[in-house]
Write a protein that binds this ligand. Structure first.
Ligand SMILES: *Cc1c(COP(=O)(O)O)cnc(C)c1O
Length: 356
């Protein structure tokens, strides 16, 4: 990638809010750093991007994203190495996925080099918001939405691309209880499950709420047609361990989001000689394995929590308890190694950390 001269205008804040942050009690996604990035698409092209003090934006009441949902997003994180270097984890992967999401939703893709450079510049300006405390990071939220001021169903002609960032601590504190969902669906064949389209998440709230009423943290989504195959868990990809092998639903269908964390976990495991399999994973296979205690491990993988081990899998009226965390050698090692790479304790042999 050619080194870009920063082509953005920058207006720095005159009153940083950094000193007012309560670092001990950070709720996920509630506190935002001092600056944000904005870039408009008009008359068929992207205008000059700008970094401005964080704050509200004004919008037209007919703004098309609100009415018809042309809205996509990304999620990634910046970390502070023990030597103070600030890095961003694999941003070029998010840039590429954002292009796919935009194309699927008839939106103008943000050029990948501009996407990465906008994040780099924003994080550089707000680098003091990247905490080096254990488990902490700066969550980065790029998003793109249609801004046409008219009520009419068609691809919009104007769009806004923005990036905001939010300091975050540990995501899940305890191992999660999940329930295999046999009625509701997150995504269907031919739909938009593969991309990070805003509406996917709005639609998942009701089913998630139902399972939370039953005492679970999250759902395990199954295929929309027969509910026989496992797809994802909540907003994370899902990985199982049976017979020492890591197994995860194949991403060939267009119902599963292609997670960067899962890709990284698999690349790492493979580099250690662990066998990985991406294929259809049936509910039957997992429930049987859990019953017979051959299910060694199950965990969700995603940027927010990185790796969230599953304690209990609920299926109909039955609950299976997974082995105690201390016995889950492989997932513990993957989790620690990944966090070591992101904090500069472990050599980044894959070149995953992008230095700002
Ligand atoms: C974002 C997301 C993931 C995880 O992707 P990462 O790139 O690892 O953060 C998995 N599933 C869904 C539905 C998602 O939205």
């Amino acid at each position: 990638m050619p080194v870009l001269k920063t082509m953005f205008s920058i207006q720095e804040t005159q009153n940083s809010k950094l000193s007012s942050v309560d670092w001990e009690n950070l709720a996920f996604g509630k506190v935002f750093s001092d600056h944000m990035f904005e870039m408009d698409f008009e008359n068929g092209s992207w205008k000059t991007g700008k970094i401005v003090p964080f704050g509200p934006i004004s919008m037209h009441p007919a703004m098309s994203a609100i009415h018809y949902g042309q809205s996509i997003f990304e999620g990634l994180k910046a970390y502070r190495f023990v030597n103070d270097q600030v890095v961003i984890f694999r941003p070029e992967m998010n840039a590429a996925r954002f292009v796919n999401s935009a194309n699927r939703m008839c939106m103008p893709p943000v050029p990948e080099d501009i996407f990465v450079e906008a994040i780099r510049k924003l994080v550089e300006l707000d680098k003091n918001w990247v905490s080096g405390k254990e488990g902490y990071s700066l969550y980065i939220r790029p998003f793109l939405f249609a801004t046409d001021p008219l009520v009419g169903i068609k691809p919009a002609e104007t769009y806004k691309f923005m990036i905001i960032t939010s300091p975050v601590g540990m995501y899940y504190s305890e191992p999660v209880k999940v329930k295999i969902e046999e009625y509701y669906a997150r995504a269907s064949k031919g739909g938009v499950g593969r991309v990070k389209a805003a509406g996917n998440y709005g639609a998942s709230l009701y089913p998630a709420k139902q399972c939370q009423i039953q005492g679970y943290h999250q759902l395990v989504w199954t295929d929309a047609i027969e509910h026989k195959y496992i797809e994802e868990s909540g907003t994370m990809n899902i990985v199982f361990q049976i017979g020492g092998k890591l197994i995860s639903p194949t991403e060939e269908s267009d119902t599963i989001l292609r997670g960067i964390t899962k890709r990284s976990v698999f690349e790492l495991a493979q580099s250690w000689g662990v066998e990985v399999e991406e294929r259809k994973v049936s509910v039957e296979e997992i429930v049987q394995a859990a019953r017979s205690s051959t299910l060694e491990d199950a965990f969700g993988v995603g940027t927010a929590a990185t790796l969230a081990q599953i304690a209990i899998i609920g299926y109909r009226d039955e609950q299976s308890h997974l082995p105690p965390l201390e016995t889950r050698i492989l997932s513990n090692k993957l989790k620690n190694h990944l966090s070591g790479i992101k904090t500069g304790i472990v050599d980044d042999t894959f070149g995953w950390c992008f230095k700002i």
